[in-house]
Design a protein around this ligand. Structure first.
Ligand code: HEM
Length: 495
């Protein structure tokens, strides 16, 4: 009797274990919760007004969400990547979130099945503060409107003619800003290199997209506009992700002012263009926007947001990348000599590799944030619609299996890496993203950065000023956009 009972017990247990094993859902590696709490528990914790208690409870029951409120997106993502590997699934603010630095999976999300991931995730209230909710193209969650604006205004404007024009416009913009170089001096011959470069890219953007020829905007105004862009980036990082309950009243109102300031800049630029009688109808970006507004195909708010996004995307990205390259050259005299020698012979290998390496070593966009529109599956593991995706570019770009000297700035790392390699499933180098939501300005960025650096390095020498750190020591803020937090002062002298 006892033996029969034991046998039945063993049989039932085995069937139970087999059934559980066979029906258990496959998931990506990552931290597993001790107990699964219902979603409303998370929302209830957020409503607790005592900050200390709220944070303690979050840290205990929703540790991943807590990490993302105390650290920036790239830093929190790197924490999980280092702990669990190149694919990690976590629970972030009640949503499954996959952090990826695996090149094949990244390519699947961005390109092979890119259509399913043309949304980005963010806090809807935060996006509302920023003016990005359902407007513009960077964070627009209305897919139809994103597609319409990206195709008809951004992609249409960024054609081969514009890329040709960009060559002489970049050249003239460098001359214009150099004419007023003393305005960027912090001491005799020592300039704030970041603001100097930002002013060049801002001037190019205004000429190419807003029909404001070089010289139309005074240097004082250029500096003010550039500063407004920098302040908007800070607001962007503040509002983008964390739940509203984490906002601080003083900081919120400060960031709201920055958003208002850049919106005022947009209106000023539109007015300045109207006052300038020599309007050039070939300037596709602003003209297509104005036509669409006249024909009621877009609203004034959408138009202004498209202009605002062109200013933020076009100004800071390339200037920060060029700054890193100049800084790297300051401490690599042999590389600088090689670069100058080649440029004099109209050869551009070191120039393109140097810029690629700057984007690899310190990517201005360290993470790409996306969201699954429909249910999907990768390697037999389901991805539910609404799943957040974070491509950890900064990590993918430093992995030793992909780069010879992953943690050092050395052009050897990118000599065999192609910027236009968009059909490769194991593409390990994607500083501009790839696929339907890739960077629209990638080719413009390449053209303008090459012209600017060539002109500067052939005619001027740059030295790190006393107190300015090396590229390796320089502190940067790893956030949605990665920018230096230490000053970037350099001694600039005519050769
Ligand atoms: C070194 C220079 C630059 C870098 C490294 C860079 C990088 C990036 C990255 C990583 C993305 C996200 C792509 C994705 O989600 O797959 C992006 C998006 C974007 N970039 Fe760039 N970018 C640069 C320059 C520019 C310039 C010069 C412009 C404008 C002229 C520009 C306009 C944009 C826009 C509008 C988007 C959003 C596209 C969308 O969401 O549909 N970028 N960029």
């Amino acid at each position: 009797m006892l033996a029969t009972t034991t046998l039945i017990f063993i049989f039932i247990t085995t069937v139970y274990i087999l059934l559980r094993y066979s029906t258990r859902k496959k998931t990506f590696p990552g931290p597993k919760p001790l107990i699964s709490l219902p979603n409303y528990f998370f929302d209830t914790i957020l409503t607790i007004s005592n900050k200390k208690l709220r944070n303690n409870l979050l840290n205990i029951f929703f540790p991943e969400s807590f990490q993302y409120t105390v650290l920036t997106v790239p830093l929190a993502s790197q924490y999980y990547t280092s702990k669990y590997g190149d694919i990690v699934q976590i629970n972030l603010f009640n949503q499954p979130t996959i952090i990826i630095s695996n090149p094949d999976f990244a390519d699947y999300i961005l390109r092979r099945n890119g259509k399913n991931y043309t949304l980005r995730f963010g806090n809807p209230s935060g996006l509302e503060y920023l003016g990005m909710k359902n407007k513009g193209i960077i964070w627009n969650t209305n897919i139809q409107r994103w597609k319409y604006q990206r195709l008809n205004f951004f992609q249409k404007a960024l054609n081969t003619k514009l890329l040709d024009d960009a060559k002489y416009v970049s050249n003239d913009a460098v001359d214009y800003i150099l004419k007023y170089v003393e305005k960027y001096e912090v001491k005799k011959d020592i300039i704030d290199t970041m603001d100097f470069l930002r002013s060049i890219t801002f001037t190019i953007t205004c000429h190419l997209f807003l029909d404001l020829p070089i010289g139309t905007i005074s240097i004082e105004k250029t500096k003010y506009y550039v500063n407004s862009v920098v302040q908007y980036f800070k607001a962007w990082e503040y509002f983008l992700l964390k739940p509203t309950q984490f906002y601080d009243e003083t900081q919120t109102s400060q960031h709201e002012k920055s958003i208002e300031q850049l919106n005022n800049v947009v209106n000023e630029l539109i007015s300045e263009r109207e006052m300038n009688n020599n309007n050039n109808n070939n300037c596709l970006f602003i003209n297509s926007l104005l036509n669409a507004l006249d024909n009621q195909q877009i609203t004034k708010e959408e138009m202004n947001q498209c202009i605002l996004e062109m200013l933020i995307a076009g100004t800071d990205t390339s200037s920060v990348t060029m700054f890193y390259f100049l800084l790297a050259l300051c401490d690599r005299k042999e590389l600088e000599e090689q670069l100058r020698r080649e440029l004099k012979e109209n050869s551009y290998e070191t120039l393109t590799n140097g810029l690629k390496e700057s984007m690899r070593f310190k990517p201005v966009g360290p993470v790409i944030m996306r969201c699954a529109i429909n249910d999907d599956i990768y390697n037999d593991i389901p991805i539910k619609n609404g799943t957040n995706i974070i491509i950890n570019l900064a990590d993918m770009h430093r992995r030793n299996e992909n780069f010879t000297l992953g943690n050092q700035f050395n052009i050897i790392n990118v000599e065999d890496k192609d910027l236009s390699n968009t059909n490769n499933e194991k593409n390990v180098f994607v500083p501009f993203g790839v696929g339907p939501k890739e960077c629209v300005g990638r080719w413009l960025a390449k053209v303008e950065m090459e012209i600017i650096i060539e002109k500067l390095i052939l005619n001027y020498s740059f030295e790190r000023a006393n107190g300015t750190k090396t590229l390796e020591e320089l502190q940067t803020r790893w956030d949605i956009a990665q920018q230096p937090t230490d000053p970037g002062f350099m001694l600039i002298q005519k050769r």
